[in-house]
Design a protein around this ligand. Structure first.
Ligand SMILES: CC(C)(COP(=O)(O)OP(=O)(O)OC[C@H]1O[C@@H](n2cnc3c(N)ncnc32)[C@H](O)[C@@H]1OP(=O)(O)O)[C@@H](O)C(=O)NCCC(=O)NCCS
Length: 148
């Protein structure tokens, strides 16, 4: 059975494995991000666990200055895709953001990342802008938002 839950630091090795298997590991220090929890910014990781195995994860940042929640990552292990896990992770983050009284949830994905863009559109996000300078690989970032 699939369970979506808030991650703890004990999930970090599984999250790093997912990143590694996905082939584009982040250059961020995820351990440090687990500790981001102050009055201005909070970071939360969520994991999707199936039969005790982490098969997906997501990360969200909460900003006080504009009372918003930013989805930084949603990643599902390749062999577990298209089973609704990405959707469940988004739902869990939305629920958490609503409880924290966030106004809006935002997300960005490369313009050629159809799975991510379709996932968000299907979950009720709307395209709200783009930025062709922000990614290191030169791809264009498409911004999406969902009012809560
Ligand atoms: C994006 C990602 C998280 C989607 O996860 P997922 O568990 O496969 O998503 P879901 O099964 O919940 O799919 C929900 C909807 O998204 C869309 N979608 C998902 N994968 C798709 C694909 N390969 N092509 C087109 N649409 C797709 C579909 O509309 C799908 O609904 P449907 O299956 O009923 O048609 C997954 O593909 C992934 O991990 N990609 C690599 C990491 C990444 O790019 N993350 C986003 C940027 S951080």
């Amino acid at each position: 059975m699939l369970e979506i839950r808030l991650a703890t630091i004990k999930d970090l090795p599984s999250i790093q494995q997912l990143e590694k298997r996905n082939g584009e590991p982040t250059n961020e220090d995820l351990r440090v991000l687990f500790e981001v929890d102050n009055p201005n910014e909070k970071c939360r990781f969520f994991v999707a666990e199936e039969n005790g195995k982490v098969v997906g994860y997501s990360r969200m940042h909460f900003y006080r200055w504009n009372n918003s929640a930013y989805v930084i990552t949603v990643l599902v292990d390749a062999r577990n895709r298209r089973k609704g896990i990405g959707t469940r992770l988004l739902e869990a983050m939305e629920d958490f953001a609503q409880k924290g009284k966030s106004r809006v949830m935002t997300f960005d994905a490369a313009s050629d990342n159809m799975p991510a863009l379709q996932l968000c559109l299907k979950s009720g996000f709307k395209i709200c802008g783009y930025n062709d300078k922000i990614y290191r690989n030169g791809k264009t970032a498409i911004y999406l938002a969902k009012e809560l």
